[in-house]
Design a binder for this molecule. Structure first.
Ligand code: 5GP
Length: 179
């Protein structure tokens, strides 16, 4: 598939993202007042979203990163989720918020939540920019969600297409020009 032969249809504009992430940040600020917040960003997809989200959270916040991998066809997961770069420190006493770009089958978030729960955080919740509930392979409802979307392959704002386009500042859908 060659993206140059495709049409890009904007799904979430920069304005949409900015507005919704400010709302999410305000909600998280409210919910985590007096708590010991640690945000864990799942690489690589969530790095852009997480960078904006943490700047919309008005609380003392610790931030860490984890890398997961699941060999798939580039469009969906194989189901074998692996933590390839774990967080280094302890989670004891922390209210952990795991941030990802998108929940599709939810196998990644489910695996990460189970993996991190073994490190005994005080609490653990999930926050995703985009949610595709129609694609679930395990039951999971993100605690915080930017936008619920239909079953479409989305790119930009951290999400890749053949390992490119993560730097596009909005979310778009790839549609076939020939269709
Ligand atoms: P899940 O484990 O929920 O099936 O998928 C999680 C990961 O699959 C996401 O973090 C993302 O990297 C990738 N993914 C799922 N849907 C899409 C999509 O529509 N576009 C892109 N670029 N990646 C996706």
């Amino acid at each position: 598939m060659d993206i140059e032969k495709k049409v890009w249809e904007v799904l979430c504009s920069e304005e949409d993202l900015n507005k919704r992430i400010k709302e999410l940040g305000a909600q998280i600020t409210e919910d985590y007042k007096g708590k010991n917040l640690m945000v864990i960003s799942l690489l690589r997809g969530s790095f852009v979203f997480c960078a904006d989200l943490v700047r919309a959270i008005d609380l003392k916040t610790k931030i860490d990163f984890m890398t997961t991998q699941s060999y798939g066809d580039g469009f969906s997961t194989s189901g074998n989720v692996e933590v390839v770069n774990d967080i280094k420190g302890s989670l004891e006493g922390y209210d952990v918020l795991v941030v990802d770009d998108i929940t599709d089958s939810a196998l990644t978030m489910d695996h990460v939540l189970k993996h991190l729960k073994e490190k005994n955080p005080k609490s653990i919740k999930s926050c995703v920019l985009l949610d595709k509930p129609s694609r679930r392979r395990v039951e999971l409802v993100p605690d915080y969600c930017g936008f619920t979307i239909e079953d479409k392959f989305v790119v930009g704002y951290g999400l890749n297409y053949g390992d490119h386009y993560r730097n596009v500042p909005y979310v778009f859908v790839v549609t076939d020009q020939d269709r």
